[in-house]
Ligand binder design. Sequence first.
Ligand code: SF4
Ligand code: F3S
Length: 112
Amino acid sequence: MTYIVGDNCIGCKYTDCVEVCPVDCFYEGETMLVIHPDECIDCGVCEPECPADAIRPDTEPGTEEWVELNRKYAELWPVIITQKDPLPEADERDGEQDKLEKYFSEEPGEGG
Ligand code: SF4
Ligand code: F3S
């Protein structure tokens, strides 16, 4: 199994999650982070750290498409291991529906 970053990260990107990952398997896009499913060791420590409650185990229903999205972009985006400021609109967007359609970007983030 693996953990994945899901819809509610998009447009928020709080980045609290990256500080606790023991294997540094978060990757940064312009508007969200993803987890590399092959590098995640399923420790679960990142899940409660996310203020947006965006991290889920892939054993939950409906996560299949997110595993594939996380895998695809983890191969394309830079690793991020240091917490940074969230996106400016993070608090307003937290909890919005359909964020994949509204805010997702294929562009990489800066990483770091
Ligand atoms: Fe990293 Fe553990 Fe979260 Fe996987 S579950 S992304 S290994 S902190
Ligand atoms: Fe995203 Fe939550 Fe991490 S909003 S960047 S998964 S702390």
